[in-house]
Design a protein around this ligand. Structure first.
Ligand code: AMP
Length: 296
């Protein structure tokens, strides 16, 4: 931690802009897109840190903390390939891969945690108690260690991004949070480190998540405003995928993350909603979402 802080302080003292991309590792093209976005935002003279840390406090009992893929050598290789010496682009300046003892020096559970109220009541928060407190705690610690001007997160974890925005603003970190669009496979499946767990049959059927989101978008485009009807259009996609078990299909206001009955332009988020779902294939849990916008 002190070495990372010293590096960040030196970069700040040199007038460079610092960006942070927090990850759990097992990197894929979605993560790399976030890193490229970070580099674009800080420029060739900027300083980009990628953190790789499988954070124990965001996994619940019975979740996949022990089994979570750890592929450090391959991750470092992928990040090294982002460098483009001809353009004077280092790709990534620092890979920060702390041990649990570094991040949690007083043991687990930590004495001090950061949590954000209310925004974790629905979606994944309803099914993963304590998960978002683990996320906000580790990201607050990463902010303190890496001292970035901006941090890039994926819209793939939309609830996480909304919660982190609220934490950052409420605690006054003074860090800009950038949301990067979801990176998908050719058939629409959102890239995820957990896709590696899927059998070939499950992988084929996993396209249903993005199909359900397209169904939600289509029904809103056709004029649907009743959330139950839109959720029904999403659920109907699951008729032909026997390996999928839906955990939730929800439509929430994009700012408050509270469920709604009717979509309208006069809402806290001025007509922006999140359609989101979580689906199990065997023991693998996949999530996906899209933003629905309704005008006046
Ligand atoms: P993770 O390692 O799964 O915690 O992800 C690290 C960051 O990458 C988070 O901000 C995720 O939202 C983001 N991310 C993961 N998958 C994707 C994807 N398919 N598209 C865009 N961002 C992603």
């Amino acid at each position: 931690m002190p070495a990372m802080q010293a590096e960040a302080d030196a970069a700040r003292a040199a007038g460079r802009r610092l960006a942070l991309v927090p990850t759990l590792g097992a990197l894929h093209a979605g993560h790399l897109a976030l890193v490229r976005e970070a580099r674009e935002r800080v420029g060739p003279d900027g300083h980009v840190t990628v953190s790789i840390f499988v954070n124990p406090t965001q996994f619940g009992p019975g979740e996949d903390f022990a089994a979570y893929p750890r592929t450090m050598d391959a991750d470092l290789d992928l990040l090294a390939h982002l460098a483009d010496p001809e353009r004077g682009d280092a790709g990534v300046n620092v890979v920060f891969a702390p041990t649990p003892e570094t991040m949690y020096p007083f043991g687990l559970p930590p004495y001090a945690m950061v949590s954000v109220r209310d925004l974790d009541r629905h979606l994944c928060g309803a099914h993963r108690p304590g998960h978002f407190a683990g996320v906000t705690t580790v990201v607050a610690k990463l902010f303190l260690a890496c001292r970035p001007h901006l941090a890039v997160f994926g819209q793939k974890d939309a609830q996480q991004l909304a919660i982190l925005r609220r934490m950052t603003d409420d605690l006054g970190f003074g860090i800009e949070l950038v949301g990067h669009p979801i990176v998908r496979e050719a058939d629409g499946l959102a890239l995820s480190s957990r896709n590696a767990y899927l059998s070939p049959e499950e992988r084929a059927q996993a396209v249903v998540l993005s199909q359900a989101l397209r169904a939600a978008e289509a029904s809103v485009a056709l004029g649907a405003r009743d959330a139950a009807a839109i959720r029904g259009a999403m659920a109907s996609q699951f008729a032909t995928v026997p390996l999928a078990r839906v955990q939730y299909i929800e439509i929430v206001d994009a700012d408050t993350l509270q469920p709604v009955d009717t979509l309208s332009a006069e809402s806290p988020s001025e007509g922006r909603y999140l359609a989101a779902l979580a689906v199990h294939f065997g023991t693998t849990r996949l999530i996906d979402n899209t933003t629905l916008v309704v005008g006046k």
